[in-house]
Design a protein. Structure first.
Length: 215
């Protein structure tokens, strides 16, 4: 055996990567409570960590990257779009006038997350000549378990951006809405307030869902 062959034979390879378990824990199937789900499976469907074990790590990375973005760009302009304390949105302005606007609807399973944790993409948009906006809105547990008030807040935030775009140098005819999965559900409902179609893109673990529709 050559010297190179002997050296290669001495290399210790790491153990095979073991993927973390995804999905509900092993259990005996119980009575169905919704469609073909038993209670254990239904609870797992509403727990993102069951299917994305590193979600806490990813969330912390969003938060630290957003703090880094604010150090580079400065603090955003924070304005009210509604009467309650949570109904505020953050605006990172680009230097161009009448620039396009991107509204990012943050995630959190309707039960957590805040606008400040999703400032990280702002630098990319601002440097490219677009305004970047992230609204805050209430969590479902503070709304008696109903998603409708939350959807209404998101609609009103987008409507505020449309009606007040000129105040921060935005073009009301070039407003784009994106974010994580809830955006495709909630953001797309804003068009009935604007009287025009809204193009919304929402990201989930399965990729991006994009739609444009009239209500």
């Amino acid at each position: 055996m050559s010297a190179d062959g002997a050296a290669a034979a001495d290399i210790i390879l790491p153990p095979p990567r073991i993927e973390p378990r995804r999905g509900p824990p092993p259990h005996e199937k119980g009575p169905l409570v919704f469609l073909d789900y038993d209670q254990v499976e239904l609870d797992a469907a509403y727990d993102q960590q069951v299917y994305q074990p590193n979600i806490v790590q990813v969330g912390k990375r969003w938060t630290s990257n957003s703090a880094r973005t604010r150090r580079r760009l400065g603090e955003p302009t924070r304005v009210s779009y509604g009467p309650t304390e949570i109904e505020r949105l953050d605006i990172f302005r680009t230097s161009r006038e009448r620039a396009p606007v991107f509204v990012f609807i943050h995630g959190g399973a309707w039960a957590r997350g805040k606008a400040a944790d999703y400032h990280a993409p702002a630098e990319m948009f601002v440097r490219a000549g677009a305004h970047y906006i992230t609204p805050d809105f209430a969590w479902v547990q503070d709304l008696c378990g109903s998603l409708l008030p939350m959807a209404d807040q998101i609609c009103r935030a987008i409507a505020w951006v449309y009606k007040n775009a000129a105040s921060f140098g935005g073009d009301p005819d070039r407003i784009h809405v994106g974010g994580v999965l809830r955006c495709a559900f909630d953001g797309g409902r804003a068009d009935h307030r604007l009287g025009r179609p809204v193009r919304a893109a929402g990201r989930s673990g399965q990729g991006w869902a994009v739609r444009q529709r009239h209500v």
